[in-house]
Ligand binder design. Sequence first.
Ligand code: TYM
Length: 333
Amino acid sequence: PQRVLTGITTTGTPHLGNYVGAIRPAVAASRDTSIESFLFLADYHALIKCSDPEQVSQSSREIAATWLALGLDTDNAVFYRQSDIPEITELNWILTCNAAKGLMNRAHAYKAVVQANEESGEDPDFAVTMGLFCYPVLMAADILMFNADKVPVGRDQVQHLEMARDIAQRFNHKFAELFRLPEAVVEDHVALLQGLDGRKMSKSYGNTIPLFLPEKQLRKHINKIKTNLLEPGEPKDPDDSTVFQIWAAFASEDEAARMRKDFAEGIAWGEAKKQLFELINAELGEARERYNELMADPAYIESVLQRGAERAREYSVPLLAKVREAVGIRRMS
Ligand code: TYM
């Protein structure tokens, strides 16, 4: 059967961008018994961007509760925490020794930090850690460890998937055909969800709409979405509007077409935002209640993750043994 895998870095509270880009498709996949799905909390990835221990652990809990609240099927899908699978970090090292430095030099995430440092006059050689530089290799280890075929992600991760393929190919060619070549799956109509200020919705830009905001807060956030100054009655361009973009990510095709027409006919921003609030609230309202219950029961979440780790290791232990054998890390007798 086909294998689907995806992860979320455990820094910060999950937002609508994570939801439409990764969580929603992954939850849908978890309920499809014709595929094997692997979903995980990328807590070692969190250490790349975050040196606040409380934040890393709090965010793991929030993200786990988010998946569960949204109906992840943990009997069908394997749901685990990256750091509970030691084989991933072992594989990470073996892959690191087989990944070209030049490949990593091209990573957008790393280049963006170098550029930001250059602009602010800091020395990137101090600011960039080896963790950040090698980030795509750890991500390749996450994916190759479970021989995933498909990886649902937002557009910002597509380059990392290409790198994972490259690393897998190189390994297969050099040692043994042990890895499937993974493919990114990007939801077409979603692309990259925009945040309050119109840039990509991202924890690092502080422009997010957190997924399980209380109703009042959700309404407030939606009201803050930047719009141009067009008045009620003036035609508005849906393709140039964050309000419409988020609408389209939540609405059915018919509803999206209807809103497109309303934009052309000059719907007032206040009205469009009110409808957007209602749409999102209807999709997430029930899950928000379950989320609040789960957040009050960390022991339950932990037990789910422990069971997931056991199941994940049924795959990772034998594959790592083959990888070690292939590269010559062997017992004497
Ligand atoms: P992370 O934690 O930054 O984001 C998690 C997922 O959410 C998607 N995403 C978005 N999609 C649409 N619109 C947005 N504004 C938006 N913002 C984020 C991301 O593309 C991602 O799919 N390195 C990964 C985590 C990771 C991973 C993996 C993913 C580690 N190992 C293996 C897949 C497979 C990351 O930092 O995602």
